[in-house]
Design a protein around this ligand. Structure first.
Ligand code: ADP
Length: 523
C-alpha cells in the first residue's frame, strides 16, 4: 500500500516532511478530527491533500475565498491530482456539469464556499457521495476571538456536523492564539491538535516610527527602488491610500500593481495574476489581498498603516519568505493609525458588545506591540502562547542604544494611575493619565479634582508624545493593564513590584519626532 511519504515524493517531489506535516496527516488518516496550526508558508496544503489522495473516497474543502480555491485547484491539477471547485464565479450550467462529474467520480477533491452548503439541493447531493473528509481552511474565522470573525461560518459547521455520510473533519489555520485554539477545539469537537512553532527564523521584523504620512510614502518609494530585484507586498489601510501609493510608485518608474475590494472582480484577478507571474515589482493592497496566495519568493512586506491586530499583522508579514530565504517586514508606525483602526471598529457592521470589546482589545495589543522594546518576533510568539529565543535580527534586537534605568519615571506614572483610580474609583485612559502628569488637565475634567493630586504636573517637563510613548511602553512590557471601552489603565502585578521598589525598569531612549503642540485648554 502506498503511504504518505511516497506521495510526498511522487506527487510533490519532496523528500522530507516539514515540521508538523506528518503528524497532521497521520492523525487525519487514523480518523481523528484534527486541527492543524502552522505558520503561513509552513506547508498546510499537503496536510489535507495527501490524506485526500490516499483516501478511497472524496474530500470536500470548505474555503472562504474564491481566489484561494482557484490557486489550490490549479496547483493540484498541475501536480496531477483531479480537483475542481464550485463557487459563485461559475454559471448554472458549469455548476451542473461539475456536480455531474463529481458524481461520476472524476474528482478526488472539490472546493466549495461555506454558503454553498446552505443550498439544500447541493447539501442533499453531497450526502449521496462517498465523502470521507471535510477540510475547513482558514478556520480561525470561526472563532470570535480570532481576527476576521465570520459568524456565518458557524452555520456551515452545523451542516457539516449533520451530514448523514459522517465524514472526518480537519481544520487548518495559520493564526490561532491559545484562546482561539480552545474555541475551535470546542466548536469542532477536535480530537487532536497539531501546532508547529510560529517562529519564522528567516523573517526580520522592523518598525519605523515617527514618520509623517508624506515621509512614509517617500520611505516606501526609496525602499522599493533599493530592492529593485525583489518582489514585495505593501499593505495600506484604505482603498484611497492604495490608489495613491500605487500611483506614486508608478510615477517613480516602478511597476506597481494594486488590489482592493473596491475594484472589479476581473481587475482584481488581473492584479493577482500580475503579481503571481512577476509582472509587477510590488503590489499595493488592502488586507483584502493575500489570503491563500501561494507566492514563495516575496522578499518583503511593508505596512504603510498599522493593522488592527497582531494576528492580522503576523499573517500579512508571514507572506514574505515562504521559501525560507531571508526576508524583511517593515511597519511604518504612526499613532494616527490607531485612530484609523478605531474608526473601522466604530463603523463595522458588527456592533455586538463582545465583538467590539474583542476588536478594541486586539487593537490595544497591536499598539502595545509597536511600543515594546523586547525582541519583536518573540513578543508575537509569546502573544500566541509560546516562547523562543530572541531573533537577533529585528529592530529591537539590533538596537545598539544604551539602556537607561527609568524606574523612577515608571514609578511616577504608576503611582499617578493608582491615585487617579483611588480618587474616582475608575480607570482612566492614557490621554487622561498623561494630561494629569503633565499638569494639563482639560477644563471639562476639572470636576475630577485630579489637579489636586500630589502627582499633578509631576512630569511637566516631558512632551506629550514622549510621555504617551512611555506609557505605551509600560503597557507593552506588562507594567500596566488596559481594559474596557475607553482603554482604562491600571497597574499590573508586575507594576506593583516596580512601585514597591522590587523591580527595576530599563529602556532605550524613546525616539519621537516632535511637532509643535497645539494650545489646549489647560490649567
Ligand atoms: P501554507 O498553506 O501553510 O501557507 P503551503 O502549503 O502553500 O503553505 O506551502 C508553502 C510552500 O512550501 C509551497 O510552495 C509548498 O509546495 C512548499 N512545501 C510544502 N511542504 C513541503 C515539504 N515537505 N518540502 C518542501 N517544500 C514544501
Amino acid at each position: 500500500m502506498i503511504n504518505a511519504q511516497e506521495i510526498l515524493k511522487s506527487v510533490y517531489g519532496y523528500d522530507t516532511f516539514r515540521d508538523g506535516q506528518e503528524e497532521i496527516i497521520d492523525s487525519v488518516i487514523s480518523g481523528n478530527r484534527t486541527l492543524g496550526i502552522m505558520p503561513t508558508g509552513g506547508g498546510k496544503s499537503l496536510t489535507y491533500q495527501i490524506p485526500a489522495i490516499l483516501s478511497s473516497g472524496l474530500t470536500m474543502v470548505v474555503s472562504p475565498l474564491i481566489s484561494l480555491m482557484k490557486n489550490q485547484v490549479d496547483e493540484l491539477v498541475a501536480a496531477g491530482v483531479s480537483a475542481t471547485m464550485i463557487n459563485s464565479s461559475l454559471d448554472f450550467e458549469a455548476v451542473k456539469e461539475r456536480i455531474y462529474d463529481i458524481r461520476q467520480g472524476i474528482y478526488k477533491i472539490f472546493f466549495v464556499a461555506p454558503e454553498r452548503l446552505e443550498d439544500t439541493s447541493f447539501y442533499d447531493f453531497i450526502q449521496t457521495l462517498d465523502l470521507r473528509l471535510v477540510v475547513i481552511d482558514e478556520v480561525h474565522v470561526l472563532s470570535q476571538w480570532g481576527h476576521d470573525f465570520r459568524p456565518s461560518y458557524l452555520t456551515a459547521v452545523d451542516l457539516i456536523e449533520n451530514l448523514s455520510n459522517t465524514p472526518n473533519v480537519m481544520a487548518l489555520t495559520a493564526t490561532a492564539t491559545e484562546k482561539v485554539q480552545h474555541d475551535l477545539e470546542h466548536i469542532l469537537a477536535i480530537d487532536k491538535t497539531v501546532t508547529t512553532g510560529f517562529a519564522r527564523a528567516n523573517l526580520a521584523i522592523k518598525i519605523e516610527k515617527g514618520l509623517s504620512d508624506a515621509d512614509k510614502k517617500k520611505y516606501i518609494v526609496s525602499y522599493v527602488k533599493n530592492h529593485a530585484n525583489d518582489v514585495g507586498i505593501i499593505y495600506a489601510g484604505t482603498r484611497k491610500k492604495v490608489d495613491e501609493l500605487s500611483e506614486m510608485l508608478n510615477q517613480s518608474g516602478i511597476t506597481a500593481g494594486r488590489y482592493h475590494a473596491g475594484m472589479s472582480d476581473s481587475a482584481r484577478e488581473a492584479a493577482q495574476n500580475g503579481f503571481l507571474y512577476d509582472d509587477f515589482q510590488v503590489i499595493v493592497a488592502t488586507n483584502a489581498f493575500g489570503m491563500g496566495i501561494n507566492k514563495t519568493n516575496v522578499r518583503y512586506v511593508l505596512h504603510l498603516t498599522m493593522p488592527g491586530s497582531i494576528e492580522a499583522y503576523y499573517q500579512e508579514i508571514g507572506r514574505a519568505g515562504r521559501d525560507g530565504l531571508p526576508s524583511e517586514s517593515v511597519l511604518l508606525y504612526s499613532a494616527r493609525d490607531i485612530q484609523l483602526q478605531r474608526f473601522f471598529i466604530d463603523n463595522s457592521e458588527n456592533q455586538e458588545a463582545t465583538y467590539r470589546h474583542n476588536e478594541l482589545k486586539k487593537l490595544q495589543e497591536m499598539t502595545a506591540f509597536a511600543a515594546t522594546q523586547m525582541c519583536l518576533q518573540r513578543y508575537i510568539i509569546q502573544y500566541f502562547g509560546e516562547d523562543m529565543a530572541d531573533c537577533g535580527v529585528c529592530t529591537n534586537c539590533t538596537d545598539e542604544r544604551a539602556l537607561y534605568d527609568v524606574t523612577v519615571d515608571a514609578q511616577k506614572v504608576l503611582s499617578n494611575i493608582v491615585r487617579m483610580s483611588q480618587q474616582r474609583d475608575d480607570a482612566y485612559s492614557r490621554t487622561q493619565v498623561v494630561n494629569v502628569l503633565r499638569g494639563k488637565l482639560a477644563e471639562n475634567m476639572l470636576w475630577t479634582g485630579f489637579d489636586k493630586l500630589s502627582t499633578y504636573g509631576l512630569m511637566r517637563d516631558w512632551s506629550l508624545k514622549k510621555l504617551s510613548s512611555f506609557v505605551d511602553y509600560l503597557v507593552a512590557d506588562g507594567y500596566l493593564d488596559v481594559a474596557g471601552e475607553y482603554n482604562g489603565l491600571s497597574v499590573s502585578q508586575k507594576g506593583i513590584q516596580v512601585l514597591r521598589g522590587k523591580l527595576t525598569v530599563t529602556m532605550r531612549e524613546i525616539k519621537v519626532k516632535e511637532t509643535p503642540e497645539k494650545s489646549r485648554a489647560s490649567k
